[in-house]
Design a binder for this molecule. Sequence first.
Ligand SMILES: C[S@@+](CC[C@H](N)C(=O)[O-])C[C@H]1O[C@@H](n2cnc3c(N)ncnc32)[C@H](O)[C@@H]1O
Length: 314
Amino acid sequence: MRVVVPPIKSQGIKTKLVPWIQALVPEVDGRWVEPFLGTGVVAFNSGFDKALLSDTNPHIIRFYQQVKEGRIRSASARRYLEEEGKKLRTAGNNGYDHFNVVKNRFNANHDPLDFLFLSRAGFNGMMRFNKKGEWNIPFCKKPNRFSKSYITKIANQVHDAACLIQKDWQFLNLSFDQIIPQAEENDIIYCDPPYSGRYVDYYNGWSEEDEQRLFDLLSATKAKFILSTWHHNDYRENDMISKYWNSFNIVTRDHFYHSGGKIENRRSIVEALVFNFDANVREHNHGIEPKPEQLLIFEQREQYITQQLVRPDV
Ligand SMILES: C[S@@+](CC[C@H](N)C(=O)[O-])C[C@H]1O[C@@H](n2cnc3c(N)ncnc32)[C@H](O)[C@@H]1O
């Protein structure tokens, strides 16, 4: 599966897990409902014509809404990044002075292109906001960050997003408890909430009350759902699984990542997908074994995505 990568980055991005998640998606003729949209990578690879997409982070929603409306296009993003990249290259303090100009401008005006800049010039592709809701990730310390090839890569990602966003994709800036009740029987809900106890920031607090509320709403929904969460890591289990999610179906898979650059910092976590429908899957590693007809739909989606990507108007 060719995974389409979005222009916005964050530490919680599910790019590597997309094929695993998409292979589990059942055949439904309703909408793709995603209340915790984040970078949008899972939605962009869903292949659905109709979608209800939401996040409490208004910057993400504003960015994609403007891409949908054609106010942000591949060409305008390229022009913007060329201009700002040039200023970054020659700015004092090894580029930091201009990074701060963009950061302060974004914190005052919330311009979606400045959001794109910060997302791509921040340390390690992270996204975090402080208690006042201001951008809180430092500069990656690379004044030459916006090279020609990097700008082309980002412009292409904006192009891909513009091609994949359909007219019936609705973007909302609401909390999950206002989105899940809107899902109907033929919809599929995909939930990727903040993991409790990790990445707490202005838009990413997550308490046990939130988990309980999510459980109540997903237990009550008539729609099918898939929930991403973690099962256990090298040190502990996720208590929320035994407390809430064990009554549904669960598949797991190992996921390796680096915390810091060194090889000895390689960590593993067992990721879980919780879902409320029947699927032909092995429980661990991950052996999702699609039925022939599911495989077919999957291929059709891929073909659809590839076709959509050759839209000529950007
Ligand atoms: C783990 S991230 C989603 C990552 C996404 N699947 C991706 O691959 O990029 C969780 C997202 O939930 C959003 N969020 C946090 N609390 C929320 C809430 N109460 N309702 C809706 N969205 C929320 C955060 O802003 C963040 O974008």
